[in-house]
Design a protein around this ligand. Structure first.
Ligand SMILES: Nc1ncnc2c1ncn2[C@@H]1O[C@H](COP(=O)(O)OP(=O)(O)OP(=O)(O)O)[C@@H](O)[C@H]1O
Length: 611
């Protein structure tokens, strides 16, 4: 184990470290519901103080009984009124404490739902403001997943423990005030008995916390293996290649490694807990003897003896309840530190951008654009110069990994160029108002989303303003050549797609692509349309006819097509051939053939295949 791997700022071996995020957890509860926070605070205060009051009334009862017994000896009359009054008071206190405890439980249960929703909203809203590179960073993604997974339980758990600690602290303080009357030394004994266990608990919780943090990558691997072994989209291949056993073995190996560490920690923690518990027990019985002997010599009354013994016993109970709270708090702290690290992630500032460019109808210009992915060592694009005018179509071809998709990611501002700039209507993309810019672009990526919604919504997703517009869906489906098979579906545009939900219907790869194309056609306002190989599952002829059709319907727009099929590519006004992040050749189909370069070579290879 290498505890040193845990970042210093989170691991706080100082005992107060457990309270690090308590304030923030309470703030979160306050923001979720001020009324419930106040309610919890009041109930906690009551539940904290009533036990001492009960111990005090217990003393009064015993003393009243002893006095009544003495009086009975003298006058043979039952003097039970005083004792009975105290019994009634104690009964009322029992009711009050029961009501306080119940109200704490009820308020916490109500908070659980509200707080879970609040935290999930914070997480998901934040996710909308992040850039694509955040999601591609595994460490960051891990943070997001963990933050989401425990969103409904962790913050409340920390709040519960914090309030439990406050309640026990109040009880202990009130016990201390009463014990002080017996002897300040008795108070000292109570603290002394509890201290070793307190220190040990804080230390072991700290160790558990460090271990938890250090384990994060292994746990991520385990989670990944779980999805490989249980998700329908993976199970097909895992079965066919009979990888199940290998993955299970890997899963078990990780478990055993983690388990060994946990077991060691549990055994150490419990044996130390037992040893230090002996000290507490010895202290308690020492104090017991002292209180009993003081009673025998008449230094204190029988009632006081009862009270002090109760105070000691309950005091120890409060101490151990506090220990239980503390031991879980480190883990909750880890969760909240993770959550806040995620929520405080810097996001690009959303300054007000411009709504129009200085040169309308100038189209798109790439000026000396280079780009390198964060963390990557070599550029994905170098010195790209490109001009696409409205009404023109551009086809991009090139080997795998040559930078075609990256170029589209820059054009859609999912990433920004590391060098150079991209202009639309003469204005740098960075200066455009994001919403205006995004409205002008329609992209279907090769890994477009297969929404597990109904058919119509899958198409409507292309235009948020017309998400539920049936006529719009129908028109777009026609343009995407998807009507034939949609009409054959049992509920037409209202057929649920995918397998996640009941009665969901799965489509073939090509059918999904037609849905995606229809989605692109839904985007009426967009004047830049990009198809990044969304037609790869169709045959060459279908792809060419779709692109032809696409061009006809995007006449005054800018259309960009990425394809490996020359039968489609040749239809574009301009073609660029990419290689290693650069534009190697450019021109019309005929011009490129005449050049006798790479394009001509690849074209003839494919043509041979079709001959
Ligand atoms: N998110 C990413 N982070 C780091 N590097 C990336 C990322 N995406 C792509 N790359 C790298 O950038 C280069 C260009 O990738 P890109 O996806 O643009 O290629 P492509 O031409 O679209 O390929 P294909 O024809 O296979 O779709 C590749 O070397 C790839 O490894």
């Amino acid at each position: 184990m290498k505890p040193a791997a845990a970042p210093k700022n989170i691991v706080d071996k100082n005992m107060l470290g457990v309270f690090r995020y308590s304030r923030r957890a309470i703030e979160l509860v306050w923001q979720t519901s001020p009324a419930l926070t106040i309610g919890l605070a009041i109930a906690t205060l009551i539940a904290g103080t009533v036990p001492a009051a009960m111990a005090y009334v217990g003393q009064l009862i015993v003393d009243a009984v002893v006095a009544a017994m003495a009086m009975y000896q003298q006058d043979q009359i039952l003097h039970y009124q005083t004792a009975l009054n105290y019994v009634v008071v104690e009964g009322i206190l029992v009711l009050i404490i029961a009501a306080a405890q119940r109200s704490i439980t009820a308020q916490q249960a109500i908070l659980q739902g509200l707080l879970g929703h609040k935290v999930n909203m914070l997480i998901l809203e934040k996710a909308q403001t992040l850039t694509l590179s955040h999601f591609e960073n595994s460490e960051f993604y891990d943070k997001l997943v963990r933050a989401r997974r425990e969103a409904s339980s962790r913050p409340l758990a920390l709040v519960k423990k914090t309030f439990a600690l406050i309640q026990n602290a109040i009880s202990l303080t009130s016990f201390a005030i009463l014990l002080w009357q017996f002897s300040p030394w008795a108070l000292g004994l109570l603290v002394l008995g509890a201290l070793p266990a307190f220190v040990a608990e804080a230390k072991f919780s700290g160790d558990a916390f460090i271990m938890f943090r250090w384990r994060s990558p292994e746990v991520r691997q385990q989670n990944y293996l779980e999805t490989l072994l249980s998700r329908e989209d993976n199970i097909k291949e895992v079965r066919l290649y009979q990888l199940g056993e290998r993955f299970l073995q890997r899963y078990t190996e990780i478990f055993l490694k983690l388990f060994k560490e946990s077991k060691r920690l549990i055994l150490r923690r419990e044996s130390w807990g037992f040893t230090l518990g002996i000290i507490s027990t010895l202290v308690f019985y020492g104090a017991y003897g002292w209180i009993v002997s003081d009673t025998i010599i008449g230094a204190i009354t029988l009632g006081q003896m009862t009270m002090y013994l109760l105070l000691f016993k309950q005091g120890q109970g409060s101490v151990s309840a506090s220990l239980t709270s503390i031991s879980g708090m480190y883990e909750d702290n880890l969760y909240l530190s993770n959550l806040y690290e995620y929520l405080e992630q810097e996001t690009p500032s959303s300054q007000q951008g411009l709504l129009v460019g200085p040169k309308p109808n100038d189209g798109i210009r790439f000026e000396n654009v280079s780009f390198q992915y964060p963390g990557s060592t070599k550029p994905a694009l170098s010195a790209i110069n490109l001009h696409i005018r409205p009404g023109h179509s551009l086809a991009i071809v090139g080997e795998n990994g040559s930078g075609k998709t990256t170029l589209i990611k820059l054009l859609t501002r999912l990433y920004n160029p590391t060098e150079g700039r991209i202009l639309l209507d003469g204005l740098d993309l960075l200066e455009w108002d994001e919403t205006t810019l995004l409205k002008r672009v329609g992209v279907i990526f090769q890994d477009f989303v297969r929404y597990q919604f109904i058919v119509g919504e899958n198409i409507g997703a292309g235009d948020n303003d017309r998400f539920n517009d049936l006529t719009g869906w129908q028109k777009a489906a026609e343009l995407g050549k998807a009507t034939d098979f949609i009409d054959q579906l049992e509920s037409g545009y209202h057929t649920q797609l995918g397998r996640w939900f009941k009665d969901g219907q799965e489509l073939s790869g090509g059918q999904w692509q037609k849905i995606a194309l229809a989605r692109a056609f839904m985007r009426k306002e967009a004047d830049i349309l990009v198809l990044d190989e969304p037609t790869a599952a169709m045959d060459a002829q279908a792809e060419a006819s779709i692109f032809q059709h696409f061009q006809q319907h995007t006449k005054d727009k800018m259309a960009i097509l990425i394809s490996h099929r020359f039968s489609t590519v040749r239809l574009a006004h301009e073609i660029i051939v990419m290689g290693q992040g650069q534009i190697k050749e450019r021109g019309t189909h005929d011009a490129l053939l005449a050049q006798q370069g790479q394009y001509a070579h690849l074209f003839s290879l494919q043509a041979q295949g079709y001959r």
